[in-house]
Ligand binder design. Sequence first.
Ligand code: PEP
Ligand code: MN
Length: 457
Amino acid sequence: MYSKKSVTPEAVNPKDWSPQSWKKFPVKQLPKYPDQAALEQAYNELQNNPPLITSWEVEALKKKLADVSAGNGFLLQGGDCAESFADCKSPKIVNLLKVLLQMSFILIHEMETSVVRVGRIAGQYAKPRSRDYEIVDGEKIHNYRGDLINSITPTEEARKPDPKRLIEGYNKAALTLNFLRALSDEGFADLHHPEYWELDFMKENEYYKEYEAMVNSIQKAVNFMETITPNEFSTTQKINIYTSHEGLNLYYDSAQTQQVPRREGWYNLSAHMVWLGNRTRDLGGAHVEYLRGIRNPIGIKIGPNYDLDHTLKLIERLNPTHEQGKIVLITRFGKDEVENRLPDLIKNIKHEGMPVVWSCDPMHGNTFKTDENVKTRNFDAIVSEIRKTFAIHRDLGSYLGGVHLELTGDNVTECVGGANGLHEGQLHKNYETYCDPRLNYQQSLEIAFLIAKEWNQ
Ligand code: PEP
Ligand code: MN
């Protein structure tokens, strides 16, 4: 059995690995920087900056994820598809924290379990793309790959990979995280008050009575807490939120990978958790090589075309010590494929005894383009994949321990459907994303209600 294999110190800290050993392997989705000297200079600067997070926080998150993998607690991971440097602003950060927090309150209250909050935030600046080029005004130019690499401005010059963006990414991540930490410590108390939640839109929904009862009940619980501990309430409510991004730009991640005094191994100190994208998870590739050497929890995206044997080897490679809370398997099959693809994976992982957190990303397998060529997702398709994923895990005696969502706290119009009945003709109104379409504030709260309902099936 997987969990009974012996653990050697070499497996924790492999001698043939270093933060830059990935450079000897083929690397996908990371363009060549034209100016190597400038790249080296940026890399060195990044290496010497203070870390954004600590190894203690990483270990605390891993412990919480270990509990989730054992069936206790739920992981709520969410945020932008692509953060932009321009949106490193107070209202965006406040709104994202607010929606994640309100969603987590709904889940905690309705599911009677703890919730681990992980934002796609403070470093989610690099994107894999299905095409290297796009055509703009009849001209073929390189594609945008996230603010960490090039600019969204559609000119060939602006699309050149620029190493200075590695430093700017670090700076923006630091500013974001600084504000997040301040908000989480104190002064965000109004979030505890459901009367400030904007729930009127739910009135049209068939479940409105249930929603209303739930909100009233959350409110009662808050009032009770405040009555019994009036002075301690704000301090006892210190919010925990962790950060995550796709481990894609290996220059950014490896420069911030360090050894920590009195600890074994290496930590990526740019985010608490990083994930391996669906397009960069080949065993012989640079991304897997880099990720195998760090102690952070690692997400693995698994899409419809996965190979079972390869996936089992991948998990073994990334978690050779069989540590609990280390691997989060994020399945993103799409509502039409999930029933064909997921059961086999669950059965085999179960058979091997691999301790993983199962998470459902109902976004990336459900993207489509409208007749007007606008990238969108349908709220009902997203809910359908979540429902099916819960049901499959339930049937197989497995535990779905989390969701991975692309969402924002703003009132954007990027995904269709939901209680407000957003339709394709309205998408242009407030379509802001730099990459994939996100759930807006209302759709996000509604999803949280529906997840809780599904959980209680
Ligand atoms: C993403 O999470 O934005 C993403 C690109 O996902 P995937 O690797 O699953 O396609
Ligand atoms: Mn995306």
